[in-house]
Structure formats: structure tokens, C-alpha cells
Write a protein that binds this ligand. Structure first.
Ligand code: ARG
Length: 459
């Protein structure tokens, strides 16, 4: 096939170089955006008298028929075309003749691709946000069901203080809400139309960039034509938002993997989201969670790849930038798949309330509360901390726990101890007394649930 740019060349492009150069195998994903952008561009060219209204009509009809045929499968992408932009233009000209050749007036593939990627990322990020919200809904439902279920809270993966499982899950809800916010912020910043920047310097035609921008749902236009065609910071920003979301899913996965081990047995995943072993008949493996954790690496890698690609590029467009698409498309596809399995995996996860409670009974998890007990009776915190440390050491020696140590043993350490100490260190009290805003106490957990529900309701 003769290249659209063949005019100044005497020889044809080498076959292997042609394949190397071609991007249609992946940028064909953006056919809807490409056609939509061309429709808005043609309409503007007509409105400004740059091409005739008759040509606009034929172009719009031709583009609509190409779109319909691609959607129905009647038309296949021609892999001999260099990219999606060339494919659509060539097909249009094939269908409508000369009018098709007028479409590219006052436009370059450089502003065209910058436009298509923005439109595509806006759409895809919207879909990711829907999936994030579905996961958030599953997480908040699970949190509500488990708002009074006591488990050990950890630091350094050592039992630290008792919390509720609801409170633990809500920590992830907070992260997911910020993920949504980060993506929406990035989309907002990205939502400026670059079309009309042309190759790099703008155009001599009297175009109306604002009109195109409005037609395509942008908030405005990019103000510098070099920047419009050559920056991909919006890809980097969204890819880092995707990477951060993956990081959250990966940490959550890690906990689910730990919790479903025999050692913890805090949760059991549904059979629908686990797999067996080919040799060990007893195995029930949390593969989905492991894959989410594993795929986080490639989403980080995509971000690093694009940052590295962009770092040395002189203005304006360089072909290196064609590398943006496979990276960003892969991050999108990966995140979408992960979110799609994660939400139902959480929704169907069974919680082992007894095991969580039993784990919370060990590890001297109520030691801080015992120190607080002394503080409330007048002892300075540091002194109380030391006293309780000694009592913990005694319990370890006697192979007992704080709850079972007799009062006379306590009173050897401090006269401040009285019978009421036992009530004040029960796991239920430890949780209920944590009334500070954002803590694991009931009112805070309910406030968190209400906050997530309001977010989901769009309030
Ligand atoms: N396929 C190209 C890309 O993805 C489109 C822009 C080509 N522009 C050019 N001057 N060769 O970046």
C-alpha cells in the first residue's frame, strides 16, 4: 500500500521497518475517539468556511458508516495501515472520494493522536472509577456486617491493640475513595483539547478550536501548541493514579492471603475465587489475590517505562511517544481486570469471627489499656508503661494473660489497681473506649460507614 506521505520518497519503506513503525495493532483501540474527533474537526472546518458544507455532510456520513461497520464487524482494520488515523482517513477516501482528502486540512496526526489518547483515557478512567465504586460498595457492606467483630490490630505484624474488622476494612475504603479522587482530578486537568495545535506550531487557517473542544466535551483548549502535541503528563499522572490503586489492592491482597492461611484462618474465600493444587489435594489457594499482588509490578513498570521514554525528548512530537499507548492500555486493562475480580471476591469472603476473637485474646493486646487504667488513676504515663511492662513479663513467666492474673499480684506492682481493672481491659472495653475521631470505637466506625455511603451516593 502506498503511504500517504509517499510524495517525497523515491523508494518504498523496508517491510521490517514498516512493521516496526506501525502502531495500528494497538492504537486501533481508539477508533471511536479518532472518528469522533474527525467528525468534530470536519464540522468546525465547515462552520469556518474552510471546506464546503457539502463536503462536511459527505465526510460525516462516511465517518458514521465506517464507525457502524467497525462496530458490527463488517469492516476490519487494515494492518497494512501505519496507524488508526491513516486507516480511518484512507477508508474514508475509499468510500467518499475527494471530500475525504479534505478532512486533514488544518490538522496533523500529532494533534490528532494527542486528542484521541485524551478522549480514550477519559472514557476508560470513567469505567475504572465505576469499578472502584463497586469495590468500595462491597468493602463498606463487609465493614458494616463486621462492625462489631473484634480482631487484633497489628503493627510490625505483631499483635498491637484490638480493633474491629469493620474498622480494618474501612481503612481500605478510605484509600479507594482517594483513588477515585486522584483519577477524577487527573481527568479534570487532562480535559483540555489539543486539536488545532496541528503539527507543532498551530495553523494558518482561521479555525475555531473552542468549538471543537465543546463538541468533544472538553473544558477548554491547550494554550500552547508545542505543549498540546508533545506532553504526555496526563498519561503519567493517570498511570501513577492507576499504580497507586494497584498498590492499595496489592496490600489488601497480601492481607487476604495471610488471613486465609491455616496460621491465621480469619477469612475463607469463596470457592469461586480460589483454586486447587494439581498435586496437593488439601489445597485451596488464594490465586486471585496473589495475581492482583503480582500484577501490581507490571502496572508500576508501565509507569516507569513511560516516564523514562519521555525524559529526554526535545519538543515537540517525537516518534518515541508512540510508546505511550501500549503502556497505558496495559495498565488500564490490568487494573480493570483486577477490580472486576476483587469486588466479588470481597463480597463472597466469609469471616471467621471466633478465630479473630481468639487471636485478639493473645499477645497482651490490652496492655496499653492497662497502662491507661493506671494513668486515669493518677500515675504518669511513662511510669504506668513501665509497671505494665513488668506485669506482662510476669504473665509470660507464669504462662498467663493480663485478664487472668489475680488482683493481689497486680497490687504488688501498684496500690492503684482495684477490681475494676478487669472490666477496663476486656477486649470489648478496649474497642469501645477508643472514642477518638477516626478510632475503632463504635461511633467512629459508624461515621466512617456513613461517609463512604455518602460518597457512593454522590453526596
Ligand atoms: N502513531 C503515532 C503515535 O502514536 C501517531 C502520530 C504520528 N505522527 C507523526 N508525525 N509521525 O504517536
Amino acid at each position: 500500500m502506498e503511504k500517504m506521505w509517499a510524495g517525497r520518497f523515491a523508494e518504498a519503506l523496508d517491510k521490517e521497518a514498516d512493521d516496526f513503525n506501525s502502531s495500528i495493532s494497538f492504537d486501533c483501540k481508539m477508533y471511536r475517539e479518532d472518528i469522533r474527533g474527525s467528525m468534530a474537526h470536519a464540522t468546525m472546518l465547515g462552520a469556518r468556511g474552510i471546506i464546503s458544507e457539502a463536503d462536511v455532510e459527505v465526510i460525516l456520513g462516511g465517518l458514521a458508516s465506517i464507525l457502524a461497520d467497525l462496530e458490527s464487524g463488517a469492516l476490519a482494520f487494515d494492518m497494512d495501515c501505519e496507524d488508526i488515523h491513516m486507516f480511518v482517513e484512507a477508508e474514508l477516501t475509499k468510500r467518499i472520494g475527494d471530500a475525504g482528502k479534505r478532512l486533514h486540512t488544518a490538522r496533523s496526526r500529532n494533534d490528532q493522536v494527542a486528542l484521541d489518547v485524551r478522549l480514550y483515557l477519559r472514557e476508560q478512567t470513567g469505567e475504572i472509577v465505576v469499578l472502584l465504586r463497586e469495590l468500595l460498595a462491597a468493602v463498606v457492606d463487609k465493614a458494616e456486617e463486621n462492625k462489631s467483630v473484634i480482631m487484633p490490630g497489628y503493627t510490625h505484624l505483631q499483635r498491637a491493640q484490638p480493633i474491629t474488622f469493620g474498622h480494618h476494612l474501612l481503612a481500605y475504603a478510605m484509600m479507594l475513595m482517594r483513588d477515585v479522587g486522584r483519577m477524577e482530578d487527573a481527568v479534570k486537568r487532562m480535559n483540555q483539547s489539543p486539536l488545532g495545535s496541528c503539527a507543532l506550531a498551530g495553523t494558518t487557517y482561521d479555525t475555531d478550536r473552542e468549538m471543537v473542544a465543546r463538541a468533544l466535551g472538553f473544558d477548554g483548549i491547550t494554550m500552547n501548541s508545542l505543549d498540546g502535541v508533545s506532553d504526555r503528563d496526563f498519561c503519567v499522572e493517570l498511570m501513577s493514579a492507576y499504580a497507586i490503586a494497584m498498590m492499595h489492592l496489592s496490600r489488601f491482597s497480601e492481607e487476604i492471603i495471610l488471613w486465609s492461611s491455616w496460621e491465621f484462618k480469619f477469612v475463607e474465600l469463596s470457592d469461586a475465587y480460589t483454586t486447587g493444587s494439581s498435586i496437593m489435594p488439601q489445597k485451596k489457594n488464594p490465586d486471585m489475590a496473589e495475581l492482583v499482588r503480582g500484577k501490581t509490578g507490571r502496572v508500576y513498570g508501565n509507569l516507569m517505562a513511560l516516564l523514562t521514554t519521555l525524559k529526554g525528548l526535545p519538543l515537540a512530537y517525537n516518534k518515541d511517544m508512540q510508546e505511550d499507548k501500549e503502556a497505558v492500555f496495559d495498565s488500564i486493562a490490568t487494573l480493570k481486570k483486577c477490580l472486576s475480580v476483587f469486588a466479588p471476591m470481597i463480597a463472597t469472603m466469609r469471616v471467621n469471627v471466633q478465630n479473630m476473637y481468639r487471636a485478639a485474646q493473645g499477645g497482651f493486646i490490652n496492655a496499653t489499656d492497662l497502662a491507661d487504667y493506671l494513668v486515669k488513676k493518677g500515675m504518669p504515663f511513662r511510669a504506668a508503661y513501665k509497671t505494665v511492662g513488668q506485669i506482662v513479663a510476669l504473665c509470660i513467666e507464669k504462662k498467663t494473660v493480663l485478664d487472668d492474673l489475680p488482683l493481689d499480684e497486680y497490687r504488688k506492682h501498684s496500690e492503684l489497681f482495684a477490681e475494676d481493672l478487669y472490666g477496663s481491659i476486656s477486649l470489648e472495653t478496649c474497642v469501645e473506649k477508643r472514642i477518638s475521631a477516626g478510632g475503632t470505637g463504635k461511633a467512629s466506625v459508624e461515621a466512617q460507614i456513613a461517609c463512604v455511603r455518602a460518597f457512593l451516593a454522590g453526596k
